[in-house]
Design a protein around this ligand. Structure first.
Ligand code: AMP
Length: 219
């Protein structure tokens, strides 16, 4: 299965990608995670991307398309993938189509998780991320068992630079102007499944599986 997860920052794309990954045995490709890793490791890609990430702006399309084309050719993507955070512009969506055509495949679904702005701001400003495994927490809605430490791997939790209030507004604006047009783009192609993102992560997970037509055990 080849799926795109679309939605504004804070909609829960990363959280919802995990159960899909487990159920279908497909890999999660989070372009944000790949870029943050490149920045941490001072890789050439990280040097190119760091300023964009800090400002909450989009990394140029040609850089992103090259990155995704390479990633989707890796062995673990053969069975399928969940693209989390890509595409974010119409040229990226067009480029993705070409990449998949070259690989002899295409998308099965585009899931769009929707949420009111106020909820997004609350989610992003309280979000904490594990430095080691990328695990996601929220200081009020989903706190870790031990303050500041990841439940799964014990890694240190931190607030992403772009989850600070001054950058959140910029990221939401970027979504509205550059990424929201993809909703119509994929609707026209008959691939879009809209998901109400209000509720607990379990409720949303069950809506996601329903949208994919899959039976899902909530336990
Ligand atoms: P995310 O973790 O998906 O919220 O992404 C964090 C940041 O990485 C974004 O604010 C952008 O600066 C950059 N980024 C991630 N994915 C893309 C993309 N598809 N196109 C351009 N920039 C991206």
């Amino acid at each position: 299965m080849r799926v795109v997860l679309l939605g504004p920052p804070g909609a829960g794309k990363g959280t919802q990608a995990k159960p899909l990954q487990e159920k279908y045995g497909i890999c999660q490709v989070s372009t944000g995670d790949i870029l943050r890793k490149a920045v941490r490791e001072h890789a050439p890609l990280g040097k190119q991307a760091a300023e964009y990430l800090d400002r909450g702006e989009l990394v140029p399309d040609d850089v992103m398309l090259k990155l995704v084309a390479e990633r989707l050719q890796e062995k673990d993507c053969e069975k399928g993938f969940i693209l989390d955070g890509f595409p974010r512009t119409v040229p990226q969506a067009e480029g993705l189509e070409q990449i998949l055509r070259d690989l002899g495949s295409g998308l099965d679904f585009v899931l769009c998780i929707q949420l009111p702005q106020g909820v997004l701001i609350q989610r992003l400003s309280g979000r904490r991320t594990c430095k080691k495994c990328g695990g996601l927490y929220h200081i009020l809605l989903n706190p870790p068992k031990r303050e500041g430490l990841c439940d799964s791997c014990g890694g240190e939790l931190y607030q992403r630079q772009d989850d600070r209030e001054e950058t959140i507004a910029a990221r939401l604006r970027v979504f509205e102007t550059q990424t929201a047009p993809l909703v119509d783009y994929y609707r026209m192609k008959g691939l879009l499944r809209e998901i109400n993102g209000v509720g607990s992560s379990e409720e949303i997970r069950s809506r996601v599986f329903q949208a994919l037509g899959a039976e899902h055990d909530l336990s």
